[in-house]
Write a protein that binds this ligand. Structure first.
Ligand code: KG4
Ligand code: ZN
Length: 347
């Protein structure tokens, strides 16, 4: 029986997040108990700029980190930590450095004997399905091999996942990430940042079949195209539609845009699942908080006879709990990342 107590820190973008997570169970069937999790969102600060401003993010992280630490660990001397985990990339480097430096500082001050380990943010997203009770009931073996889709503000990445510790990237976006596309489209519709949840809300009262927006790269079966994505053309199609139809019903535009994005994500993922004989689809990243996307995946997975293992809704957008999950798996993979911010770190 393994038992670990992990303190994790996430500052890759515009959320300052800390968590205290207990891990028990076996290496092939770990269980994560979230003892504490705090997220300080900077949305209100970046909203007037329509996106994240790196230096403002850095300033806010510096301000928030000690406050969250005090909240999560009021009595550091009493805590029997086994690992400190901190995101080292990918993300905004000035923001990543604040987390890394803070982790070094608290380790030196309070936990000099506890290892400090760097974590890949994308592995956090990919592995956050482990926070769902669903995989426990099905058993881990029933899920692999799997296909993983990370759909976030910075990434749209498809992976073939052989086991909890082995995976390979199949494809990714060639331009905008799908979350970025939601954010940019929301701006065209005069909706505030971040655009994903706003579009989802507005789309509920719209007709998803009203505007036949393109499905970029959907039918590209070339070796270089079949598992890659492209979302910048979809945003441009919305721009032209709004320019040519000044009286367009915005809810219909939002619903049709969302449908197009969902269609591309689900179709390509299921294509990858059938080519790799996957037994399940692992879905994560901020866009995976979208209820219509989750429902669509549940439907297509059922149709293909494949299990669906989405990350629980609250752990799709950036958080520190997923960083604790990734460090635990990372230690089993014996994969080490240097404690240096790397904005372009690959999964
Ligand atoms: O994973 P995440 O928190 O940060 C990155 O690692 O990028 O993802 C943030 C992205 C934003 O683009 C946001 O608009 C999108 O996730 N998002 C959504 C929803 N909630 C967040 N997109 C569509 N529907 C949602 N409900
Ligand atoms: Zn993220």
């Amino acid at each position: 029986m393994l038992k670990n107590l992990i303190l994790s820190i996430e500052t890759s973008c515009d959320e300052t997040a800390l968590a205290l997570v207990e891990v028990f169970g076996t290496a092939s069937n770990p269980q994560f108990r979230v003892k504490k999790s705090c997220i300080s969102s900077q949305i209100a600060i970046h909203r007037p700029f329509g996106g994240v401003v790196p230096n403002l993010a850095k300033r806010e992280h510096l301000k928030n980190l000690p406050v969250l630490f005090q909240h999560i660990v009021p009595q550091p001397k009493k805590l029997k930590l086994t690992t400190i985990a901190v995101t080292v990339g990918p993300g905004l480097e000035p923001a990543l450095w604040t987390g890394i430096e803070f982790a070094k500082q608290i380790r030196a001050e309070h936990f000099p004997d506890v290892p400090l380990v760097g974590v890949n943010h994308l592995e956090g997203h990919l592995l956050s399905f482990l926070l769902s009770p669903q995989y426990r009931t099905r058993g881990m073996r029933a899920l692999f091999p799997a296909v993983g889709l990370i759909a976030s503000g910075g990434h749209t990445t498809l992976l073939s996942v052989q086991s909890l510790t082995r995976w390979k990237k199949l494809g990714e976006t060639r331009d905008d990430a799908v979350g970025e596309c939601f954010d940019k489209t929301a701006r065209l519709l005069s909706l505030p940042y971040p655009g994903g949840p706003e579009i989802e809300k507005l789309a509920r009262s719209g007709n998803p079949l009203a505007v036949p927006f393109p499905r970029p790269m959907l039918y590209d079966n070339s070796p270089n195209g079949k598992f890659n994505f492209s979302f910048s053309g979809l945003k441009t199609a919305v721009l032209y539609h709004l320019r040519d139809n000044p009286n367009a019903h915005h809810a219909d535009v939002a619903a049709s845009f969302q449908e197009s994005a969902i269609d591309v994500l689900t179709t390509k993922t299921m294509h990858a699942a059938s080519e790799t004989n996957a037994r399940s689809v692992l879905l994560s990243g901020g866009v995976a908080a979208n209820q219509r996307l989750r429902t669509s995946f549940a439907v297509v997975c059922k149709k293909h006879g494949v299990a669906f293992a989405p990350t629980p809704i609250r752990y799709n957008t950036d958080n520190a709990v997923m960083i604790a999950v990734a460090v635990w798996v990372g230690l089993r993979r014996k994969k080490r990342y240097p404690l240096t911010a790397n904005g372009c770190l690959e999964i």
